[in-house]
Ligand binder design. Structure first.
Ligand code: FEO
Length: 575
């Protein structure tokens, strides 16, 4: 009971702390938020961080999510009289940081809102009232006095097109909002204890920053020209103070690896505060799993020249169609014409449409693209309601399909590249035959696995190597639960054949298969020899696979005298 009460009490809290140099952070702690962008498991909640800098003038960097309206405004007005705030700096306009802009302006309508050109335009739609504004770009400075000279750094696409960073020359603090953040809710303010944060830091990068690896590299170059950065004041999770060079370097390494990929897919979406972006992210995430570089482009905040250049070099196009009846239809019409003019027959294409009415404007566009000769990588995805977990999973799988189609030549080449003897010798490594099954809300997945090995006795644990481009990878992050079904010698063919099939995006892997639910919610295959209920504890990156270490909490065997089916292979360069 105490634990339940504690959880209720903890649901939304704030934490205000002096950072030194006349700077204060107000953190909105969202302990239980379990869903953010696409596949964030968010086992660890998230925070929205806002900062107050007091020179002769006072600047507020970002606000909070609207769900914190009461908490945040109470805290802000407790630490400062709003009439003393001169500037409100908007790092980007996504509502988790800008959800209370209107409320702050209501407290003091004279505040000057500072942001990139695109941010100011977005805010006009968000605030619906006149406000004082200061439009800034890279290199512009704003002097708050007492040495707090703020320098702005343009960082488009990290994570929205309107993103700016703010560097305070007095404190050496770089305010980065989404960049270098993580969805991790904890009372600890800083990153002093890195190991528990690492998986969240990387997952956050993969989902939010990876789709714009080139933009990340451009932003890193710009911040490299700043004087010493002593604190990275992020908008989510802990502030970075103790491991800045190492954590920045990880962004560089991951982005360089992405940017090296020769195959690029351009993903166009519409940042309408709706679902288009979430679907685009999920598709982009799936594509990235196959090692293909993704460039995500907001139809609302791009220009025809940029579009023409990216479409010309892209091997694939994903287009999130705005509804023809939507208010942005006119604004995006010219961009769509540019895409059609630059598209060519060697490209793969995938379309999706979110929100809007029943016009299904995706189909005329599909016809035009088929006339040009593009290959459809997945059927159009139409989403009229709030995307469910299953729909997000479908998008992820559609992205994987497109990526695998684009890299099919590379896969065949890799299979042929090993020396014959080595190839055969490696093939003598053998393993059992297993099927991993997992479920998260209404989304589920399964995969045939043979690279499974016991790895620890206390606690009981084992590893599975999971290829990065497998759909089930999304169900095997730290904290996720799944079942390992062990197949029986002489009786494994029907299950193996079923799960080896190529399923279309979103298809139910368990249709026609007898299952029952494990205590952890994952499906147990009734015809398996045995099963283990497992929880992922850690993951190690191993080139094109993840080595997933999991512990086992329960298990049963149906026929104690039967043996495990063994996978004997001829060669070692593929499964
Ligand atoms: Fe944390 Fe892109 O908002």
């Amino acid at each position: 009971m105490t634990a339940v009460l504690d959880r209720v009490r903890k649901r939304l809290t704030t934490q205000t702390q002096e950072l030194g140099s006349e700077t204060t952070v107000i953190r909105s702690l969202d302990w239980d938020r379990d869903r953010f962008d696409i596949e964030f498991a968010l086992e660890n909640g998230t925070t929205y961080n806002s900062f107050l800098i007091r020179g002769e003038k006072v600047g507020l960097v970002d606000t909070s999510h609207e769900k914190f309206r009461e908490h945040y405004l109470d805290e802000l007005t407790r630490i400062i009289d709003p009439s003393e705030i001169d500037y409100l700096i908007i790092s980007h306009t996504e509502p988790d940081h800008s959800g209370l802009v209107k409320d702050v302006l209501a407290l003091n309508p004279n505040i000057v809102v500072v942001g990139a050109k695109v941010a100011i335009q977005f805010l006009e739609d968000l605030v619906h009232q006149p406000f004082e504004r200061l439009q800034v770009k890279s290199g512009d400075r704003l002097d708050l006095g007492h040495g707090h000279e703020l320098e702005f750094v343009s960082a488009p696409n990290l994570h929205w097109p309107d993103t700016i960073f703010t560097y305070d020359h007095k404190s050496g603090t770089l305010f980065t909002c989404d960049a270098f953040g993580m969805h991790f809710c904890d009372q600890r303010l800083y990153d002093e204890d890195l190991p528990p944060l690492e998986a969240d830091y990387q997952l956050y990068y993969d989902c939010l920053m990876g789709p714009n690896a080139r933009s990340v590299l451009a932003a890193l170059k710009r911040i490299g020209e700043l004087p010493e950065i002593r604190l990275i004041a992020t908008g989510h999770g802990p502030l970075l103070k103790y491991h800045i060079p190492e954590l920045v370097e990880r962004y560089r390494t991951w982005s360089q690896a992405q940017a090296k990929a020769q195959t690029t897919v351009a993903v166009f979406y519409l940042s309408d505060y709706g679902y288009s972006e979430k679907l685009a992210q999920a598709i982009a995430h799936g594509i990235q799993k196959t090692g293909v570089l993704v460039e995500t482009i907001d139809l609302k905040a791009t220009d025809p020249q940029e579009v023409k250049e990216i479409v010309e070099i892209a091997a694939g196009l994903v287009i999130g169609m705005p509804s023809q009846t939507g208010e942005c239809a006119d604004a995006t019409h010219a961009i769509l014409s540019t895409i059609l003019a630059a598209a060519h027959s060697k490209q793969a294409v995938g379309l999706f449409e979110s929100g809007g009415g029943d016009d299904e404007s995706v189909y005329p566009l599909r016809n035009r693209l088929q006339e040009i000769g593009l290959t459809e990588a997945f059927p159009p995805i139409l989403v009229k309601e709030t995307p469910t977990e299953a729909m997000i999973q479908l998008c992820d799988e559609a992205g994987i399909d497109m990526g695998q189609w684009l890299t099919r030549d590379r896969t065949v080449k890799q299979m042929k590249s090993l020396d014959n003897d080595l190839d055969k010798a490696l093939g003598r490594l053998s393993g059992g035959l297993y099927i991993i099954t997992a479920k998260k809300s209404e989304a589920s997945s399964a995969m045939l696995a043979s690279w499974v090995a016991q790895a620890s006795l206390e606690p009981l644990g084992f590893t599975i190597a999971v290829a990065k481009d497998r759909a089930i990878e999304s169900f095997m992050h730290v904290g996720d639960r799944f079942v390992l079904n062990i197949l029986e010698e002489g009786n494994y063919q029907p299950l193996m054949k079923h799960f080896l099939k190529r399923f279309p995006p979103g298809a139910d892997r368990f249709a026609g298969v007898k299952t029952y639910a494990a205590a952890n919610g994952a499906p147990i295959l009734a015809d398996a020899l045995a099963y283990l209920e497992c929880e992922v504890v850690s993951r190690m990156e191993a080139s094109d696979h993840w080595i997933v270490y999991s512990t086992v909490s329960a298990g049963r065997i149906s026929k104690p005298d039967s043996l495990t089916a063994v996978h004997h292979r001829k060669v070692g360069n593929h499964y």
